[in-house]
Design a protein around this ligand. Structure first.
Ligand code: KIV
Ligand code: ZN
Length: 507
């Protein structure tokens, strides 16, 4: 049996379905490009029939990202299949992924169809999609709660109709690893034409077992796993890509398998997805969490200094974790800055480099030591300012325990005009947000606000993450600065700009 496991990344489809996640077109393309660098085999770019935004994203990614297979998801409905094809057909290697529920629970309570009707729909839609492209994936949704005999039958029939990948979803995260492994083994044993298709696993994390179930599937012959960066996705999320890939790499002795992933790109991809979706990574998250390679206990620290392997099963550099050591200082020149970025895998055009260098100099003036983490935060901040409708030009706030908090702001409006206003608030952040609202004038409510420091020390950069809601749609915003009131203002402007630019796009 082939010993390569294909990594099917569904961050842009199942990951984006997570509550509160909303990526714009450019952000989806940026993530897809980074996934290509990471070396995933298949990118599920979206569900074209679900919204015009998804359609456009699949179309754009299909055109621009040429290395991986680009996949479009569709229900088993003729119009949806046509829409999936219309969106993905420009890809170098297009795939259509059809899903249809097969468990009695879904058939009785949701689809209100009998098993024969479902079999006919599955066969017909796979055959229809096959006329467009040879690469067809079929998912019997809620497979882990489907009667095994029926599952075998539908898999056999869709493979006969042309499916080249059969994906086994644990849609509600109900399975237990041993059981899920047995299900995959049962499929190999009981589906006569299974050698004509790749078996895939798609596990959700409702019981915290998505990665364990995916690995059990791989152990039993699955050669594709569907996963997301940082494990984001519906409810408790999907299986986390970085955990699956690193488990396979670290326990080669047990799996004897490989993936095509360049593990040194993992950390950067994780940060980018967290940054753009606004879903923070929990500190104790395996592989990419802030504490994943931090040793607090004296005994562990002693061991790691003597020989890292004593308490470290993965070299942090192998997943691209940037060092928190001093890397550049206030006297570093543009050339050194550029070289350092290149070493870290960033390639910026001249204009972006000039802006980033100016921001670096400003930071180096405020902060004694500039680390890789600071630089990463600074580059993210630069990316954020590109899609501005209103630009935050000046901000001043006063606060304390014996007076009203006040703030004055100056914004540059879309016509380039400077607009100034001031407000009182319950605290400086409230005052700043009220002053901004007086200028921008779009009603919204703040649903989330959090602040964290990028590195240790009193002069550390503070990163603020906020979520605002307007007309039932949620928008995230981030801002970073050594002054957390300024970070808060930047985060709010970032969220407002996302809201305003998406409204401009949809007319
Ligand atoms: O969880 C699920 O069943 C899915 C399918 C669409 C594959 O996401
Ligand atoms: Zn799913």
């Amino acid at each position: 049996m082939n010993n390569k496991v294909n990594i099917f990344d569904t961050t842009l489809r199942d990951g984006e379905q997570a509550a509160g996640g909303s990526l714009n077109l450019q952000e989806k393309l940026d993530i897809a490009r980074q996934l290509e660098k990471l070396g995933v085999d298949i990118i599920e770019a979206g569900f074209p029939a679900s919204s015009p935004g998804d359609f456009e994203a699949v179309k754009l990614i299909a055109r621009e990202v040429r290395q991986p297979v680009i996949c479009a998801l569709t229900r088993a409905h003729p119009k949806d299949v046509e829409s999936a094809w219309a969106a993905v057909k420009g890809a170098e290697r297009p795939r259509i992924h059809i899903f249809l529920s097969t468990s009695d629970i879904h058939l009785i309570h949701q689809l209100k169809k009998n098993r024969d009707e479902i079999l006919a729909m599955a066969r017909e839609m796979v055959a229809k999609a096959k006329k467009y492209t040879s690469d067809i994936e079929f998912s019997p949704m809620d497979a882990s709660r489907t009667r095994p005999q029926y599952l075998y039958q539908i898999l056999e029939e869709v493979i006969t109709a042309g499916a080249t990948t059969v994906n086994i979803p644990d849609t509600v995260g109900y399975a237990i690893p041993e059981e899920f492994g047995r299900l995959i083994a049962g499929i190999f044993k009981n589906v006569p034409n299974i050698d004509k298709a790749v078996v895939s696993a798609h596990c959700h994390n409702d019981l915290g077992l998505a990665v364990a179930n995916s690995l059990a599937a791989v152990k039993n012959g699955a050669r594709q796993v569907e996963c997301t960066i940082n494990g984001i996705g519906e409810r408790a999320g999907n299986a986390s890509m970085e955990e699956i890939v690193m488990a396979i790499a670290t326990r080669k002795d047990l799996f004897n398998l490989t993936t095509g992933v360049d593990t040194r790109q993992i950390y950067k991809t994780s940060r980018m997805v967290s940054e753009l979706t606004g879903f923070p990574v929990q500190p104790n998250k395996a592989i990419v969490g802030a504490n994943a390679f931090r040793h607090e206990s004296g005994i562990h620290q002693d061991g790691v200094i003597k020989m890292p392997i004593t308490y470290e099963i993965i070299d942090p550099r192998s997943v691209g974790i940037p060092s928190s050591k001093l890397v550049l200082g206030k006297l570093s020149g543009r050339h050194a800055f550029k070289e350092h970025l290149a070493e870290q895998g960033y390639s910026l055009n001249e204009e972006d480099l000039n802006r980033a260098f100016a921001a670096f100099k400003e930071l180096a003036d405020k902060k004694k030591s500039v680390t890789d983490r600071d630089i990463e935060s600074l580059l993210a901040e630069e990316r954020r300012t590109v899609t501005e409708v209103y630009h935050l030009d000046r901000i001043q706030a006063t606060c304390g325990d014996c007076g009203m908090a006040t703030a004055a702001v100056r914004l540059i409006d879309p016509k380039g005009k400077a607009c100034e206003d001031a407000a009182l608030g319950t605290g400086p952040v409230d005052a700043v947000y009220k002053a901004i609202n007086r200028i921008v004038g779009v009603p919204n409510s703040l649903t989330e606000f959090s602040v964290k420091s990028v590195t240790e020390g009193i002069d550390a950069i503070g990163e603020v993450l906020i979520r605002i809601e307007a007309d039932g749609v949620s928008y995230t915003g981030r801002g970073a600065d050594t002054d957390i009131i300024v970070s808060s203002a930047k985060a709010y402007m970032n969220a407002l700009n996302r809201m305003l630019s998406s409204r401009l796009r949809t007319g």
